[in-house]
Design a binder for this molecule. Structure first.
Ligand SMILES: Cc1cc2nc3c(=O)[nH]c(=O)nc-3n(C[C@H](O)[C@H](O)[C@H](O)COP(=O)(O)OP(=O)(O)OC[C@H]3O[C@@H](n4cnc5c(N)ncnc54)[C@H](O)[C@@H]3O)c2cc1C
Length: 395
């Protein structure tokens, strides 16, 4: 009988926990190291909580395959484990004639990805969302809303029951491999294992370098800021209303999302964060900024996006009026006075030296190591699929 392997997983977000769960199901012993005092403390606990359908992504890409499969698997997981989830569908709306060809292209992509989506008349769009303004709309049935931190809590319960070694307040400080084994230094001692999995999100490139790898991309933190509709204005939005995305950007554009608790979130925008965990403009890390500025890709990215796209995003971040104007394109009744600031999130987006943003999920292997180096949206939706994929790579 093969000896039981002991795998060290760094990162207690949804990708790390889903990978640990899958390894444990396959018979491995797992140790999960999370630097914060709780699970899902970063991207997983600061997102839109949308179960994406998979319509946006290049057919055949990991994102397309894992979001379509993940849409079904995460909903089934939530139902099985008593996690709140609702498959409410969404509308993507073209607000001008020039957006209509892009909306049709999106419908075509959805169909190639096997996503149930159809163009609907303006009248039908208004049956779903009476306050929406559009010239054309795409209705997507399989989009849902969920509580991703509650999914993580369920995974932690499963892992605990299976005897996994789960450690919060345990940052990985240094990593070395010796005689085919991995050793991870933490403040409370060295953790040893037969293999290492890096799911460190915003720090995944740093953890990879700690382990001796030169990752092909760097993480650039993009903050996504949200507002909430005042409770008395929530009735303006029944479900999820998205704009037609700009195909040159990896973000979906500010949208309106009804959450499971009935609140309506508006956002997220996308501005460069001045710290890897920079949830506010005031969160500045000189080291993080210097690192971003030293990386050649940053300057190439800036030449491409700083003007007018980047500037417009910064202005909208600083001006509630501009934010409200973006939302009013979707729902004209939304005004500045209806919005209250809500908590922001920071996306870990990988960028190559040539300044291109890594579009797909990126997983890099080394002997005894697997590194998840780009897992932005829809990675929470696809987490069970990513976990199975990564667990399969651990040797
Ligand atoms: C604003 C926003 C909106 C989004 N909306 C959606 C959405 O609606 N639907 C969707 O599917 N996806 C969405 N996403 C994407 C989704 O949140 C992420 O893809 C997903 O949470 C990534 O999970 P993760 O485990 O890789 O990262 P994280 O959740 O960031 O987890 C990484 C963990 O690693 C830990 N860590 C880092 N360094 C170390 C170290 N040295 N030692 C130990 N631990 C370490 C961190 O503390 C962190 O807890 C959104 C993201 C953002 C930011």
């Amino acid at each position: 009988m093969a000896a039981v392997r002991r795998i060290v997983v760094i990162g207690g977000g949804i990708v790390g926990l889903a990978t640990a769960r899958e390894l444990s199901r396959r018979g491995d012993e797992v140790v999960v190291l999370e630097k914060e005092g709780r699970w899902a403390a970063h991207q997983t606990g600061h997102n839109s909580n949308v179960v994406h359908a998979g319509l946006y992504y290049r057919p055949g890409s990991l994102k397309a395959r894992m979001s379509v499969a993940g849409n079904a698997s995460i909903v089934a997981y939530a139902r099985e484990h008593g996690v709140p989830v609702e498959v409410c569908g969404k509308l993507v709306v073209a607000t001008s004639e020039e957006e209509v060809p892009r909306l049709r292209a999106l419908a075509e992509r959805a169909s190639r990805n096997g996503v149930p989506a159809r163009m609907v008349s303006v009248a039908e769009a208004r049956e779903h969302e009476p306050e929406v303004s559009c010239v054309a709309a795409l209705r997507v049935e399989s989009t849902g809303i969920i509580d991703f931190p509650a999914v993580c809590a369920a995974m932690v319960r499963e892992l605990t029951a299976a005897g996994a070694d789960l450690r919060t307040n345990s940052p990985a400080l240094a990593i070395r491999t010796r005689a085919g084994r991995v050793e991870v230094a933490t403040p409370s001692g060295v953790v040893r294992g037969d293999a290492l999995v890096n799911c460190a999100g915003l720090h995944s490139d740093r953890v990879a370098r700690m382990a001796g790898l030169e990752p092909e991309a760097r993480i650039v933190p993009f903050r996504g800021e949200y507002y909430e509709l005042r409770p008395e204005r929530r009735s303006l939005v029944r479900g999820l209303i998205y704009p037609v995305p700009d195909p040159t950007l990896p973000f979906l554009g500010v949208h309106l999302t009804r959450m499971l608790d009935g609140s309506v979130h508006a956002g997220p925008n996308a501005v460069l964060a001045l710290s890897r965990e920079g949830y506010r403009w005031g969160d500045v890390s000189a080291g993080d900024v210097a690192e971003v500025l030293r990386f050649p890709g940053t300057w190439r990215l800036a030449r491409k996006y700083a003007y007018p796209t980047g500037l417009a995003e910064v202005l909208r971040s600083l001006s509630k009026r501009r934010f409200a104007e973006s939302l009013a394109r979707l729902v004209p009744a939304v005004g500045e006075a209806d919005l209250v600031r809500a908590e922001a999130g920071v996306r870990a987006q990988a960028m190559r030296r040539d300044g291109s943003l890594v579009d797909d999920f990126l997983v890099q292997e080394a002997p005894g190591q697997v590194h998840v180096l780009n897992a932005p949206s829809p990675a929470a939706t696809g987490s069970l699929e990513i976990g199975a994929h990564v667990a399969g790579l651990v040797r």
